[in-house]
Design a protein around this ligand. Structure first.
Ligand code: 3HC
Length: 291
């Protein structure tokens, strides 16, 4: 079965991007939100991103049919509309109980051979898979921010995921213009397991006064060729998101020395300095640009 009709639940930072790249890959997409205001905002973000991609393509003398992509995306406030989706990707709030309840509900709504996926960055896929009642047809599909530009998707399989479902999820990732990698259902999968402790280690380096925040960022950009240093990237991802991931791991794996919460991170979040989205984190931001 090829994935042609995709439901995306949540039109926020990740959901709107997933919906967009799925439509760019030729899928018919239904974006489901709880409130009209959230849905409108997500669709507006898609419109802006498509306009930007069309502008970029024009500059390069290429064609990009933004209107055709947009025509494949529809919004809904009703989960019942997802009944005949080949794949439903969840990108809602990072709350395990809310996600489990959602998948239990979807398990009763969506056709039996439909595949379920979660874009979670912090919870075990297996727990949601069990709640859905179709653990064999459940994967993690972890996209990266900004979804429209980042070329990776992690396809996370549990002990129960059917190999055919993994193959279909990988093919879907490729259709979305991504390079899929496959990994097991372990904390942080591959990227966040390496990235988040690296960000935390950079914060501890700054806390000790070993180097300044801008110098650490310059070091990692020029020394390793990373597009953003660890502090700029934490601002980009969100300090609250980074703290939330670390807190979850510390709670689940209290004896693992790789998972520690830097005081600097806790203090910034307490002050409401969450990064790009609040205009202030380790740096000051105006929209998407660092000031
Ligand atoms: N849609 C369309 N266009 C977009 C866009 C979007 N969503 N976002 C940015 N663009 C456009 C920009 O407007 C810009 O256009 P311009 O040239 O006309 O100004 C163009 O794309 C390129 O942007 P930049 O000029 O900022 O160019 P960069 O080369 O710096 O690329 C970047 C930006 C891709 C964000 C790059 O800095 C990068 O790769 N940063 C690292 C991001 C990263 O590591 N993400 C992963 C985070 S971890 C994660 O997501 C996991 C989670 O679970 C925590």
């Amino acid at each position: 079965m090829a994935i042609r009709k995709v439901g995306v639940i949540g039109a926020g930072l990740m959901g709107h991007g997933i919906a967009q790249v799925a439509a760019q890959g030729g899928c018919e997409v239904l974006v489901c939100e709880a409130q009209q205001g959230f849905l409108d905002k997500g669709l507006e973000r898609i419109d802006k991103s498509l306009a930007k991609l069309a502008e970029k393509a024009k500059e390069k003398g290429q064609t990009f049919d933004a209107a055709a992509v947009r025509a494949r995306i529809r919004g809904t406030l009703s989960k019942a509309d997802l009944a005949d989706c080949d794949l439903v990707v969840e990108a809602i709030v990072e709350d395990l109980d809310v996600k489990k309840a959602l998948f239990a509900e979807l398990g009763k709504i969506v056709k039996k051979d439909g595949i379920f996926a979660s874009n979670t960055s912090s919870f075990p896929i297996a727990e949601m898979a069990t709640a859905s009642g179709r653990a064999d047809r459940f994967v993690g599909l972890h996209f990266f921010n900004p979804v429209q530009l980042m070329k990776l998707v992690e396809v996370v399989k549990t002990d129960k995921t059917n190999e055919d479902v993994v193959a279909q999820a990988r093919a879907f990732g490729e259709a979305c213009g991504k390079s899929p990698i496959t990994c097991k259902d372990t904390p942080g999968f591959v990227v966040n397991r390496l990235l988040v402790p690296y960000m935390a280690e950079a914060m501890k380096l700054a806390e000790r006064g070993d180097a300044s925040i801008p110098d650490i960022d310059v070091a990692m950009k020029l020394g390793c060729g990373y597009p953003m240093g660890p502090f700029e990237l934490t601002d980009y991802v969100g300090l609250d998101t980074t703290l939330f991931i670390l807190q979850g791991w510390v709670k689940r794996y209290p004896n693992d020395p790789a998972f520690q919460i830097p005081k600097l991170l806790e203090a910034k979040v307490k002050e409401g300095k969450l990064g790009r989205k609040t205009g202030q984190g380790f740096y000051t931001w105006q929209g998407d640009k660092r000031v």
